[in-house]
Ligand binder design. Sequence first.
Ligand SMILES: Cc1cc2nc3c(=O)[nH]c(=O)nc-3n(C[C@H](O)[C@H](O)[C@H](O)COP(=O)(O)OP(=O)(O)OC[C@H]3O[C@@H](n4cnc5c(N)ncnc54)[C@H](O)[C@@H]3O)c2cc1C
Length: 411
Amino acid sequence: MGIAAEGIVVVGAGQGGFQLGASLREGGYHGPVTLIGDEPGLPYGRPPLSKAYLTGRTDAAGLLLRPPAYYAEHAITVRSGERVTAIDRAAQRVTLASGEALPFAHLVLATGTRNRPLPVPGADLPGVHQLRSLAEADALKAALDGVARVAVVGAGFIGLEFAAVCAGKGIAVTVIEGLDRALARALSATMAGAMTEAQAAAGVRFLFGAQVEAIAGRERATGVVVRGGETVPADLVLVGIGVLPNQDLAEAAGLAVGNGIAADAMLATTDPAISAIGDCAAHPSPHADGARVRIESVQNAVDGARCVAARLTGRPAAYTAVPWFWSDQGSLKLQIAGLSTPADDAVTRGTPGSGFSVFRYRNGRLSAVESLNRPADHMIARRLLQAGLSPTPAEAADPGFDLKAFALSAA
Ligand SMILES: Cc1cc2nc3c(=O)[nH]c(=O)nc-3n(C[C@H](O)[C@H](O)[C@H](O)COP(=O)(O)OP(=O)(O)OC[C@H]3O[C@@H](n4cnc5c(N)ncnc54)[C@H](O)[C@@H]3O)c2cc1C
């Protein structure tokens, strides 16, 4: 195949970076593969950080995507704790913080995201945490010991998962959200409402439409000051207000960026020798009517890596995999297939309160399915969306309509 001896260099040794290396080997690529990651240790999965890792149901070894021996067996070089500081596109090499330069025949950017900072006074006080990396999870886990009251800023997935962990530990937790409901961009009002109701029944307090003005405290955080005067007392504050794509390297190298590193339908950037995958990449998606999307999920990092590896091993194809996602919040297991926009219609199948799904429609066609404790619906939804099949809204709402048979009929 056409990749020269310099081999393939990947910036970012997370979910996508790891998968790229693994899929290159599965695809028969024999040249050098180097993953450069600025975190310590081997590639690990982040999802348990806000779930099983905090509850102690898994440990750091359990987070690893592969055991240490895997990398030697597959001749994948992992350079942990090393940061790429520049890309020289003309010379096809990257520079590390140490000053070392590394040549590449093809470069893959899998740099992920970083936490969006909370721009209010007191946000840097001890006792204020964020949750993205293993190091942050370790700090949070240690700090949670003996804590009685927690405030969570932001009712997104990470904030809600953390709130469920706190409630499960018997900690009094208040979630503070500026908008009038949880997960306003990601979920239908029906599904978000069912999830917050269930969390409230488990003891989580919600403050919606509440603007955070400051973190209270002198030596350390003692609460969250909300516009209008209320201070929510807290021994620990978790800020979960979203992330920003790590696109500075790409931008400095003259690659096109917007909300994410601009990639085409095969995940190539504006330089054909450089691809971008995972959280940091924005690509046109057939599941968003061809619009460019930047998706933060394990599926997107894994399938994007597979797409690029296939291209680099001589089997080019557009990235068309159906996006899917999950979030575990205590006993709530949410699964989403497809991509919705807030304006998409919502049709309910099943009964909120027990397992149910919300089918989303855009211009009369199925765009996404949100399932709560209903994994069979989720699997069928992935099939439907991949095949471009759309039950009518009336069929989706009818419990007697056999969705599985409908999905299989087109196989
Ligand atoms: C707490 C938490 C819970 C989550 N739960 C879920 C879930 O339940 N379901 C789900 O689908 N998704 C979940 N996600 C999202 C999922 O983990 C991400 O979408 C996925 O990790 C993205 O993979 P990636 O390879 O794009 O980025 P990452 O896995 O974030 O890896 C990027 C790596 O690149 C490194 N890096 C960046 N710049 C440089 C540089 N210049 N030099 C060297 N290294 C660099 C970063 O430090 C990082 O290690 C969760 C995320 C978090 C934080």
